[in-house]
Ligand binder design. Sequence first.
Ligand SMILES: Nc1ncnc2c1ncn2[C@@H]1O[C@H](COP(=O)(O)OP(=O)(O)O)[C@@H](O)[C@H]1O
Ligand SMILES: [Mg+2]
Length: 307
Amino acid sequence: MASVQKNTLVSDAGGPSETMSVAALSSDADLPTPENLLQEYKELRERSQRTTNALASAAHDLKTPLSILNGYVEVLHSEKLGPLNDRQREVLHDMQASGKRLQQFIQDFLTFSALETGGLRMQFESGNINECLSEVSRLWSNRFQQKGLALYFLANDKLPVFPFDSPKLERVISNLLENSFKFTPTGGTVWLHAEPHMWERRAASQPSTDERRRQNVTQPNSVKVSVSDTGPGIPAEFHLEVFDDFFRLPSNENQEGMGLGLAIARRLVQGMGGKIWVESDAGAGCKFSFLIPYKPAVAAASKGKNR
Ligand SMILES: Nc1ncnc2c1ncn2[C@@H]1O[C@H](COP(=O)(O)OP(=O)(O)O)[C@@H](O)[C@H]1O
Ligand SMILES: [Mg+2]
Protein backbone atom coordinates (compact mmCIF):
# COMPACT_ATOMS: atom_id res chain seq x y z
CA MET A 1 0.00 0.00 0.00
CA ALA A 2 2.77 2.42 1.01
CA SER A 3 4.55 2.00 -2.29
CA VAL A 4 1.37 2.70 -4.24
CA GLN A 5 0.92 5.99 -2.39
CA LYS A 6 4.51 6.91 -3.12
CA ASN A 7 3.90 6.49 -6.82
CA THR A 8 0.90 8.80 -6.65
CA LEU A 9 3.02 11.39 -4.89
CA VAL A 10 5.60 11.31 -7.65
CA SER A 11 3.13 12.36 -10.28
CA ASP A 12 1.31 14.82 -8.02
CA ALA A 13 4.34 16.63 -6.70
CA GLY A 14 6.17 17.43 -9.96
CA GLY A 15 9.18 19.80 -10.01
CA PRO A 16 12.35 19.23 -7.97
CA SER A 17 10.75 16.78 -5.51
CA GLU A 18 10.05 14.51 -8.48
CA THR A 19 13.75 13.69 -8.78
CA MET A 20 13.92 12.86 -5.08
CA SER A 21 10.87 10.61 -5.19
CA VAL A 22 12.16 8.73 -8.21
CA ALA A 23 15.48 8.21 -6.42
CA ALA A 24 13.64 6.99 -3.34
CA LEU A 25 11.71 4.53 -5.47
CA SER A 26 14.77 3.13 -7.19
CA SER A 27 14.98 0.24 -4.74
CA ASP A 28 12.95 -2.71 -6.04
CA ALA A 29 11.45 -3.28 -2.59
CA ASP A 30 9.45 -0.03 -2.93
CA LEU A 31 7.85 -0.89 -6.27
CA PRO A 32 4.40 -2.47 -6.16
CA THR A 33 4.43 -5.97 -7.57
CA PRO A 34 1.60 -7.07 -9.89
CA GLU A 35 0.47 -9.46 -7.12
CA ASN A 36 0.28 -6.58 -4.61
CA LEU A 37 -1.67 -4.45 -7.03
CA LEU A 38 -4.09 -7.29 -7.75
CA GLN A 39 -4.59 -7.89 -4.03
CA GLU A 40 -5.17 -4.14 -3.44
CA TYR A 41 -7.63 -4.06 -6.32
CA LYS A 42 -9.58 -7.06 -4.98
CA GLU A 43 -9.76 -5.58 -1.49
CA LEU A 44 -10.91 -2.18 -2.78
CA ARG A 45 -13.52 -3.81 -4.97
CA GLU A 46 -14.85 -5.88 -2.08
CA ARG A 47 -14.97 -2.83 0.17
CA SER A 48 -16.79 -0.81 -2.47
CA GLN A 49 -19.31 -3.63 -2.96
CA ARG A 50 -19.91 -3.88 0.78
CA THR A 51 -20.55 -0.11 0.95
CA THR A 52 -22.88 -0.24 -2.05
CA ASN A 53 -24.79 -3.16 -0.49
CA ALA A 54 -25.11 -1.38 2.87
CA LEU A 55 -26.39 1.80 1.20
CA ALA A 56 -28.77 -0.23 -0.95
CA SER A 57 -30.19 -1.96 2.07
CA ALA A 58 -30.69 1.43 3.81
CA ALA A 59 -32.39 2.74 0.65
CA HIS A 60 -34.58 -0.35 0.56
CA ASP A 61 -35.62 0.15 4.21
CA LEU A 62 -36.63 3.75 3.40
CA LYS A 63 -38.82 2.66 0.51
CA THR A 64 -41.79 1.22 2.45
CA PRO A 65 -42.28 3.98 5.06
CA LEU A 66 -41.89 6.56 2.31
CA SER A 67 -44.59 5.02 0.14
CA ILE A 68 -46.90 4.89 3.18
CA LEU A 69 -46.26 8.60 3.83
CA ASN A 70 -46.81 9.39 0.14
CA GLY A 71 -50.06 7.43 0.22
CA TYR A 72 -51.37 9.42 3.21
CA VAL A 73 -50.38 12.73 1.60
CA GLU A 74 -52.29 11.69 -1.51
CA VAL A 75 -55.41 10.80 0.52
CA LEU A 76 -55.27 14.16 2.35
CA HIS A 77 -54.72 16.02 -0.92
CA SER A 78 -57.71 14.31 -2.53
CA GLU A 79 -59.85 15.81 0.29
CA LYS A 80 -61.42 12.41 0.99
CA LEU A 81 -60.79 13.02 4.70
CA GLY A 82 -62.22 16.52 4.70
CA PRO A 83 -62.00 19.85 2.86
CA LEU A 84 -58.72 21.80 2.73
CA ASN A 85 -58.07 25.50 2.63
CA ASP A 86 -55.82 26.96 -0.11
CA ARG A 87 -52.71 27.06 2.07
CA GLN A 88 -53.13 23.42 3.20
CA ARG A 89 -53.64 22.35 -0.43
CA GLU A 90 -50.44 24.17 -1.41
CA VAL A 91 -48.43 22.57 1.41
CA LEU A 92 -49.69 19.09 0.55
CA HIS A 93 -48.91 19.69 -3.11
CA ASP A 94 -45.28 20.52 -2.20
CA MET A 95 -45.13 17.49 0.11
CA GLN A 96 -46.35 15.29 -2.73
CA ALA A 97 -43.69 16.65 -5.10
CA SER A 98 -40.91 16.15 -2.53
CA GLY A 99 -42.13 12.64 -1.72
CA LYS A 100 -42.06 11.68 -5.40
CA ARG A 101 -38.57 13.11 -5.80
CA LEU A 102 -37.33 11.13 -2.81
CA GLN A 103 -38.94 7.98 -4.21
CA GLN A 104 -37.12 8.60 -7.52
CA PHE A 105 -33.79 9.03 -5.68
CA ILE A 106 -34.30 5.75 -3.85
CA GLN A 107 -35.31 3.95 -7.04
CA ASP A 108 -32.23 5.32 -8.86
CA PHE A 109 -29.98 4.22 -6.07
CA LEU A 110 -31.48 0.72 -5.95
CA THR A 111 -31.13 0.32 -9.72
CA PHE A 112 -27.57 1.57 -9.54
CA SER A 113 -26.60 -0.87 -6.81
CA ALA A 114 -28.34 -3.78 -8.58
CA LEU A 115 -26.37 -2.96 -11.75
CA GLU A 116 -23.16 -2.50 -9.79
CA THR A 117 -23.45 -5.87 -8.04
CA GLY A 118 -24.66 -7.70 -11.16
CA GLY A 119 -28.16 -8.24 -9.73
CA LEU A 120 -30.09 -6.86 -12.69
CA ARG A 121 -30.63 -9.24 -15.60
CA MET A 122 -31.71 -8.22 -19.08
CA GLN A 123 -34.92 -9.74 -20.39
CA PHE A 124 -35.20 -9.53 -24.15
CA GLU A 125 -38.55 -9.86 -25.85
CA SER A 126 -39.44 -9.18 -29.49
CA GLY A 127 -41.46 -6.03 -29.91
CA ASN A 128 -41.97 -2.75 -31.72
CA ILE A 129 -39.68 -0.13 -30.25
CA ASN A 130 -42.02 2.66 -31.46
CA GLU A 131 -44.55 1.54 -28.85
CA CYS A 132 -41.96 1.81 -26.12
CA LEU A 133 -40.87 5.30 -27.25
CA SER A 134 -44.39 6.60 -27.61
CA GLU A 135 -45.32 5.29 -24.14
CA VAL A 136 -42.41 7.16 -22.53
CA SER A 137 -43.16 10.39 -24.39
CA ARG A 138 -46.83 10.06 -23.40
CA LEU A 139 -45.80 9.71 -19.74
CA TRP A 140 -43.66 12.85 -19.93
CA SER A 141 -45.90 15.00 -22.15
CA ASN A 142 -47.90 16.58 -19.31
CA ARG A 143 -44.87 17.69 -17.37
CA PHE A 144 -43.29 19.15 -20.51
CA GLN A 145 -46.49 21.04 -21.29
CA GLN A 146 -46.73 22.38 -17.74
CA LYS A 147 -43.17 23.76 -17.99
CA GLY A 148 -43.84 25.30 -21.42
CA LEU A 149 -41.55 22.92 -23.33
CA ALA A 150 -42.41 21.32 -26.66
CA LEU A 151 -41.78 17.56 -26.87
CA TYR A 152 -41.79 15.96 -30.33
CA PHE A 153 -41.84 12.27 -31.14
CA LEU A 154 -42.83 10.75 -34.47
CA ALA A 155 -42.99 6.94 -34.79
CA ASN A 156 -40.60 5.59 -37.44
CA ASP A 157 -42.15 2.77 -39.48
CA LYS A 158 -38.75 1.75 -40.88
CA LEU A 159 -37.84 0.16 -37.55
CA PRO A 160 -38.21 -3.63 -37.51
CA VAL A 161 -39.53 -5.84 -34.72
CA PHE A 162 -36.51 -7.07 -32.73
CA PRO A 163 -35.78 -8.38 -29.22
CA PHE A 164 -35.07 -5.76 -26.53
CA ASP A 165 -35.71 -5.23 -22.83
CA SER A 166 -38.64 -2.82 -22.96
CA PRO A 167 -38.79 -1.64 -19.29
CA LYS A 168 -35.03 -0.99 -19.26
CA LEU A 169 -35.15 0.84 -22.59
CA GLU A 170 -38.01 2.97 -21.24
CA ARG A 171 -35.86 3.74 -18.23
CA VAL A 172 -32.95 4.92 -20.41
CA ILE A 173 -35.19 7.18 -22.51
CA SER A 174 -36.94 8.44 -19.41
CA ASN A 175 -33.62 9.39 -17.80
CA LEU A 176 -32.61 11.31 -20.95
CA LEU A 177 -35.99 13.06 -21.21
CA GLU A 178 -35.84 13.91 -17.52
CA ASN A 179 -32.51 15.69 -18.04
CA SER A 180 -33.77 17.62 -21.07
CA PHE A 181 -36.86 18.54 -19.06
CA LYS A 182 -34.77 19.65 -16.08
CA PHE A 183 -32.07 21.61 -17.91
CA THR A 184 -33.96 23.16 -20.85
CA PRO A 185 -35.46 26.54 -20.02
CA THR A 186 -39.15 27.28 -20.61
CA GLY A 187 -39.93 27.90 -24.29
CA GLY A 188 -37.42 25.25 -25.40
CA THR A 189 -37.90 22.18 -27.58
CA VAL A 190 -37.02 18.51 -27.09
CA TRP A 191 -37.02 15.87 -29.83
CA LEU A 192 -37.15 12.11 -29.36
CA HIS A 193 -36.12 10.31 -32.51
CA ALA A 194 -35.30 6.73 -33.57
CA GLU A 195 -33.95 5.35 -36.84
CA PRO A 196 -32.33 2.20 -38.23
CA HIS A 197 -28.54 2.42 -38.09
CA MET A 198 -25.60 0.55 -39.57
CA TRP A 199 -23.26 0.06 -36.63
CA GLU A 200 -19.78 -0.75 -37.80
CA ARG A 201 -17.80 -1.97 -34.82
CA ARG A 202 -14.10 -1.31 -35.13
CA ALA A 203 -12.26 -4.62 -35.65
CA ALA A 204 -8.52 -5.31 -35.57
CA SER A 205 -8.60 -5.93 -39.33
CA GLN A 206 -11.24 -4.20 -41.41
CA PRO A 207 -13.03 -6.47 -43.94
CA SER A 208 -12.84 -5.42 -47.57
CA THR A 209 -15.85 -3.71 -49.19
CA ASP A 210 -16.67 -6.93 -51.13
CA GLU A 211 -16.48 -8.98 -47.97
CA ARG A 212 -18.74 -6.53 -46.14
CA ARG A 213 -21.25 -6.70 -48.96
CA ARG A 214 -21.13 -10.51 -48.78
CA GLN A 215 -21.69 -10.44 -45.01
CA ASN A 216 -24.54 -8.00 -45.57
CA VAL A 217 -23.06 -5.52 -43.10
CA THR A 218 -24.21 -2.55 -45.14
CA GLN A 219 -27.74 -3.28 -43.89
CA PRO A 220 -28.89 -1.55 -40.68
CA ASN A 221 -28.06 -3.78 -37.73
CA SER A 222 -29.18 -1.56 -34.86
CA VAL A 223 -31.51 1.21 -33.80
CA LYS A 224 -30.20 4.67 -33.01
CA VAL A 225 -32.32 6.58 -30.48
CA SER A 226 -31.63 10.26 -29.82
CA VAL A 227 -32.92 12.86 -27.40
CA SER A 228 -32.01 16.42 -28.42
CA ASP A 229 -32.81 19.65 -26.65
CA THR A 230 -32.31 23.39 -26.90
CA GLY A 231 -30.91 23.68 -23.35
CA PRO A 232 -27.55 25.01 -22.13
CA GLY A 233 -25.51 22.15 -23.62
CA ILE A 234 -22.46 20.41 -22.13
CA PRO A 235 -18.87 21.60 -22.70
CA ALA A 236 -16.78 19.10 -24.70
CA GLU A 237 -14.39 18.35 -21.81
CA PHE A 238 -17.27 16.71 -19.88
CA HIS A 239 -18.67 14.55 -22.69
CA LEU A 240 -17.27 11.32 -21.18
CA GLU A 241 -17.44 12.31 -17.52
CA VAL A 242 -21.20 13.00 -17.56
CA PHE A 243 -21.72 9.21 -17.73
CA ASP A 244 -19.68 8.61 -14.54
CA ASP A 245 -21.34 7.65 -11.25
CA PHE A 246 -22.48 10.66 -9.19
CA PHE A 247 -21.11 13.17 -11.72
CA ARG A 248 -22.79 16.55 -12.23
CA LEU A 249 -21.48 19.55 -14.12
CA PRO A 250 -19.88 22.05 -11.72
CA SER A 251 -22.53 24.58 -12.84
CA ASN A 252 -25.34 22.19 -11.75
CA GLU A 253 -24.08 21.21 -8.33
CA ASN A 254 -26.74 23.28 -6.56
CA GLN A 255 -29.51 21.71 -8.60
CA GLU A 256 -31.55 18.64 -7.73
CA GLY A 257 -30.13 15.26 -8.66
CA MET A 258 -27.62 12.67 -7.57
CA GLY A 259 -25.71 12.36 -10.83
CA LEU A 260 -26.80 8.76 -11.35
CA GLY A 261 -29.29 9.09 -14.25
CA LEU A 262 -26.72 8.92 -17.05
CA ALA A 263 -24.56 6.35 -15.22
CA ILE A 264 -27.62 4.07 -15.01
CA ALA A 265 -28.50 4.75 -18.66
CA ARG A 266 -24.92 3.85 -19.69
CA ARG A 267 -24.97 0.57 -17.80
CA LEU A 268 -28.41 -0.40 -19.14
CA VAL A 269 -27.44 0.41 -22.74
CA GLN A 270 -24.18 -1.54 -22.39
CA GLY A 271 -26.13 -4.41 -20.83
CA MET A 272 -28.16 -4.57 -24.05
CA GLY A 273 -24.92 -4.70 -26.05
CA GLY A 274 -25.16 -1.03 -27.11
CA LYS A 275 -23.33 2.23 -26.55
CA ILE A 276 -24.30 5.78 -25.55
CA TRP A 277 -22.70 9.16 -26.14
CA VAL A 278 -23.42 12.89 -26.19
CA GLU A 279 -22.80 15.56 -28.80
CA SER A 280 -23.08 19.15 -27.69
CA ASP A 281 -21.58 22.59 -27.86
CA ALA A 282 -21.84 24.64 -24.70
CA GLY A 283 -24.79 26.99 -25.07
CA ALA A 284 -26.19 25.17 -28.09
CA GLY A 285 -28.21 22.29 -26.65
CA CYS A 286 -27.42 18.58 -26.28
CA LYS A 287 -27.97 15.51 -28.36
CA PHE A 288 -27.76 12.23 -26.42
CA SER A 289 -27.78 9.14 -28.66
CA PHE A 290 -27.56 5.43 -28.06
CA LEU A 291 -27.37 2.34 -30.25
CA ILE A 292 -29.06 -0.98 -29.51
CA PRO A 293 -28.20 -3.92 -31.79
CA TYR A 294 -31.06 -5.85 -33.38
CA LYS A 295 -29.36 -9.05 -32.25
CA PRO A 296 -28.81 -8.75 -28.51
CA ALA A 297 -25.19 -9.40 -27.66
CA VAL A 298 -25.30 -9.15 -23.89
CA ALA A 299 -22.14 -7.39 -22.86
CA ALA A 300 -20.26 -8.19 -19.70
CA ALA A 301 -19.94 -4.40 -19.48
CA SER A 302 -23.33 -4.10 -17.77
CA LYS A 303 -21.30 -4.33 -14.59
CA GLY A 304 -18.72 -1.88 -13.34
CA LYS A 305 -17.47 1.22 -15.06
CA ASN A 306 -16.28 -0.18 -18.38
CA ARG A 307 -16.76 2.00 -21.38
N1 LIG B 1 -29.76 17.64 -21.35
C1 LIG B 1 -28.80 18.15 -20.59
N2 LIG B 1 -28.46 19.46 -20.69
C2 LIG B 1 -27.48 19.98 -19.93
N3 LIG B 1 -26.75 19.27 -19.01
C3 LIG B 1 -27.05 17.97 -18.87
C4 LIG B 1 -28.08 17.34 -19.64
N4 LIG B 1 -28.13 16.04 -19.29
C5 LIG B 1 -27.20 15.86 -18.34
N5 LIG B 1 -26.55 17.02 -18.08
C6 LIG B 1 -25.43 17.19 -17.10
O1 LIG B 1 -24.97 15.91 -16.76
C7 LIG B 1 -25.09 15.71 -15.33
C8 LIG B 1 -25.36 14.25 -15.03
O2 LIG B 1 -26.68 13.89 -15.39
P1 LIG B 1 -27.41 12.75 -14.59
O3 LIG B 1 -26.48 11.60 -14.49
O4 LIG B 1 -28.74 12.50 -15.20
O5 LIG B 1 -27.54 13.33 -13.12
P2 LIG B 1 -28.61 14.33 -12.45
O6 LIG B 1 -29.75 14.52 -13.42
O7 LIG B 1 -29.04 13.63 -11.21
O8 LIG B 1 -27.87 15.59 -12.16
C9 LIG B 1 -26.19 16.67 -14.91
O9 LIG B 1 -26.06 17.01 -13.55
C10 LIG B 1 -25.92 17.86 -15.82
O10 LIG B 1 -24.86 18.62 -15.27
MG1 LIG C 1 -30.67 13.05 -14.50
